[in-house]
Design a protein around this ligand. Structure first.
Ligand code: SF4
Length: 355
């Protein structure tokens, strides 16, 4: 442990926007709100899951955690340091402690580098070690990830998908990080090797006392590996808390919909069936109320304009939904609690408004 604090990473009200440029220079067409007002705490040694459909802001959020995307507003603290306020040399030093495993082991490895060059590259860039030390360290890591020193001079094309992901894992831990972001680490692999890679990650986590952020759209995987989790939709956190609690008592309609989409019958229980209609809407000018209202079967009139707050409903379990928490106090238009009469009609009207 680097300090006595149990928190390794904290985000406070983090938003990340990207401008959408028009055809002419200096003309801004709009703003993509990739992440909106996200606050979270990750404990040292835990595995923290981020779940949601493609385009919900999972990867942007993780990039903001490790200094790869500067938030438009909000703060990120790593080991107690305000990451985006650090001077350049201090930032470079702290960045060593935060690494990432990428989703696609086919495109994330340079095909012209051999195994030794791929794994030792982060050490080589730092330039702090002699060749002999680097070779020894690479051999150690190859053995740790289930490969051997005979693989040192082979190239990525000589390996299967699972083996390439092992190389990616070895590369990500060569600088002895504290914090590892695993961005969909098994989704590009054959189902038959999922368990091997997940077991390997668990073994490394124990051995190196790492904290993980685990990004996935697969709730079955998250249930098996994560201690805490957040469910994201269109850049916002819908439900969060201790994974066991969230899986035992999911409350947000979007979490129900994700659970419904899981093929693994062991996590399907006798609960509300929510089948999602349509695609995730554009993050450019998203709805000002609940971002999920266009697809929510429980939506009420007020959900279109009143944003739900993220409220603790039981110990370490937070939900952002008016149907669960009730609407806040306020002078809202009459009929704000009325269920949307014809959900499909309302949806198509909203669609027309955006055409
Ligand atoms: Fe559905 Fe309203 Fe809850 Fe959003 S706030 S999830 S629209 S019920």
């Amino acid at each position: 442990m680097k300090n006595g604090d149990q928190t390794i990473l904290e985000m406070r009200n983090v938003s990340v926007n990207f401008p959408v440029k028009g055809g002419l220079p200096f003309i801004k067409k709009g703003v993509i709100q990739a992440v909106s007002d996200v606050s979270l705490t990750i404990k040292r040694g835990e595995t923290f899951g981020i779940v949601g459909e493609s385009g919900c802001g999972k990867t942007t959020l993780a990039n903001a955690m490790i200094g790869m995307v500067k938030p438009t507003s909000g703060e990120v603290y790593f080991n107690g340091e305000n990451l985006y306020q650090l001077r350049r040399d201090a930032f470079k030093k702290i960045r060593r402690d935060m690494q990432m495993i990428f989703q696609d082991p086919f495109s994330s490895l340079n095909p012209r580098f051999n195994v030794y060059q791929i794994i030792s590259e982060p050490m080589f860039i730092r330039g702090q070690d002699d060749e002999e030390t680097m070779v020894q360290r690479v051999i150690e890591l190859l053995e740790l990830v289930g490969l051997s020193k005979d693989d040192l001079t082979r190239y990525p094309s000589d390996f299967s998908g699972g083996q390439r992901q092992r190389l990616g894992i070895a590369r990500s831990i060569i600088l002895n990080p504290d914090f590892l972001v695993c961005d969909e680490p098994v989704s590009a692999l054959d189902v038959s090797v999922h368990a091997q890679i997940l077991n390997l990650l668990t073994k490394i986590q124990k051995q190196m006392k790492l904290s993980y952020v685990f990004i996935s759209h697969n709730l079955a995987v998250v249930k098996n590996v994560c201690d805490s989790m957040i469910v994201m939709y269109l850049g916002k956190v819908m439900e969060s808390g201790n994974s066991e609690t969230v899986f035992k008592n999911p409350l947000h309609p979007y979490t129900h919909a994700l659970l419904e989409a899981v093929l693994d019958t062991s996590i399907k229980e006798d609960r509300e069936q929510v089948i999602l209609k349509g695609d995730i809407p554009s993050p450019i000018n998203p709805p000002k109320g609940c971002r999920f209202w266009q697809r929510c079967p429980r939506a009420m009139e007020g959900c279109k304009t009143i944003p739900p707050e993220n409220i603790e409903v039981e110990s370490d379990h937070f939900v952002a939904c008016h149907d669960v928490n009730g609407f806040p106090e306020g002078n809202f238009e009459e009929g704000y609690k009325k269920p949307l009469k014809s959900f499909d009609d309302d949806l198509s009207e909203h669609g027309k408004a955006h055409q």
